[in-house]
Write a protein that binds this ligand. Structure first.
Ligand SMILES: Cc1cc2nc3c(=O)[nH]c(=O)nc-3n(C[C@H](O)[C@H](O)[C@H](O)COP(=O)(O)O)c2cc1C
Length: 395
């Protein structure tokens, strides 16, 4: 049997997919202020339907899960109805689409919370204002996060239930599955990280206890929509948003082994290299491959060349591209032909909620390709364009 390449078909869950070039979840701040998807979003995702799988931007599953303006949600009938045109548009173009569920936890403000309460977290620990403990939300200025309050054990169970309900709504809205955002310092990652989770109940302390919330959310979603429709994103080496772990190798090895036994659709693993990341001989994708038996999607700074090499070598089963897919809606076609790539414009990543820098990136025109510089197809996304610097934020 020959080694797979980026264009080898595969089966994910019970969906046949055409290639291993996926669209990584990317928050774009183009929903309404009431967290409802817009027709512009349907157009944007349909443009990218050539991806093996689209994973949507982070979508808020719970009233306590909101942290931004113009980011969509999936916990009311209105949200659910708003997603239907998105899934229809992608399916009409033959695509596969998973919704990412993103509960922000402590990365929020009282004005986004029910009854103006404090944002919730595993423990009442404020993100360090000197260490990315602030956000920038279009069109608002930069501001520091406050001190959250710790979820009670009963509220943890409520949040698990919100995730399961969100997954049911996502599938009812036509999604092929969901991906749980357990990366980048959001709620699930806050439970995983020893620096942020100081709980003394069964959700804190030991590795097994800190991983418990992740697994209970996954199990509730699996029970609601099936393992073949359930996926997870992890970023084991990434301490962005001020989440650190005493022993990330132990924590994430345990998480990977436990997830492995659940027969999920896929596990997406981000590794950002030098940006807000542990420097170690052990890299995240390799560690996950060692402990996770299922379909593994690698992410973080891949080019066409490095992605193809990783798949051919069996390090990963697919590659997800964030910034490059934002700027190149027809990325698989461009890779296939060695066509030049458009560079992403980070100034329009996080809104404003208009078509500019969103649905107006061009598709490649082969007739204009004479003399095109195929080497530029090896352009990799520069992480400094998506890791927020002093005046930006990201998800
Ligand atoms: C504009 C933008 C928004 C992002 N939003 C999310 C998000 O909502 N959820 C998530 O898991 N990752 C998010 N990310 C991270 C990407 O999924 C991906 O991990 C990262 O861009 C690295 O992949 P790349 O080098 O191919 O861009 C975002 C990245 C960008 C550029």
């Amino acid at each position: 049997m020959t080694a797979p390449d980026l264009f080898s078909p595969a089966t994910v869950g019970n969906r046949a997919i055409e290639n291993r070039i996926w669209f990584a979840p990317c928050t774009r701040h183009r929903a309404t202020i009431d967290e409802i998807p817009t027709p512009l979003m349907a157009q944007y995702y349909a443009q990218r339907a050539g991806a093996g799988v689209i994973v949507t931007e982070g979508v808020n599953p719970s009233p306590r899960g909101r942290g931004y303006d113009f980011v969509p949600a999936i916990y009311t009938d209105e949200h659910e109805a708003g997603w239907r045109p998105v899934t229809d548009a992608v399916h009409q173009r033959g695509g596969t689409i998973f919704m990412q569920l993103m509960h922000v936890g402590r990365l929020s403000f009282e004005e986004y919370q029910p009854a103006g309460a404090k944002p919730v977290a595993p423990s009442a620990i404020q993100p360090d204002p000197d260490f990315r403990g602030y956000t920038w939300t279009c069109p608002r200025p930069k501001r520091a996060f406050g001190q959250p309050r710790a979820l009670t054990t009963a509220e943890i169970h409520e949040e698990i239930e919100w995730h399961a309900q969100a997954a049911v709504r996502a599938v009812r809205a036509g999604m092929d599955g969901i991906e749980l955002h357990a990366a980048s310092g959001y709620l699930v990652n806050q439970f995983l990280a020893s620096s942020v989770n100081h709980r003394t109940d069964s959700y804190g302390g030991s590795v097994a206890n800190r991983v418990r919330f992740l697994l209970e959310v996954v199990d509730a979603i699996v029970a609601a929509i099936g393992a073949h429709r359930t996926a997870v994103k992890l970023s084991p080496t990434f301490y962005f948003n001020d989440v650190r772990d005493d022993d990330w190798v132990a924590t994430f090895s345990h998480a990977a082994r436990e997830l492995s036994s659940r027969g999920l659709a896929f596990l997406e693993v981000s590794d950002y290299g030098e940006y807000y990341s542990y420097q170690s001989e052990t890299r995240a994708v390799g560690l996950m491959r060692e402990h996770y038996d299922g379909f593994l999607v690698a992410n973080g700074g891949y080019s066409r060349g490095t992605g193809a090499d990783a798949v051919a070598a069996g390090h990963a089963d697919a590659i997800s591209y964030g910034a490059l897919f934002i700027a190149n809606p027809d990325l698989p076609e461009r890779f296939r032909h060695g066509a030049p790539l458009t560079a992403p414009d980070p100034t329009t990543f996080y809104g404003p909620p208009t078509a500019q820098g969103y649905t107006d990136y061009p598709t490649w025109d082969p007739r204009a390709a004479v003399g095109a510089d195929a080497d530029s197809a090896n352009l990799a996304a520069d992480p400094s364009t998506f890791i927020p610097q002093a005046d930006q934020r990201g998800s």
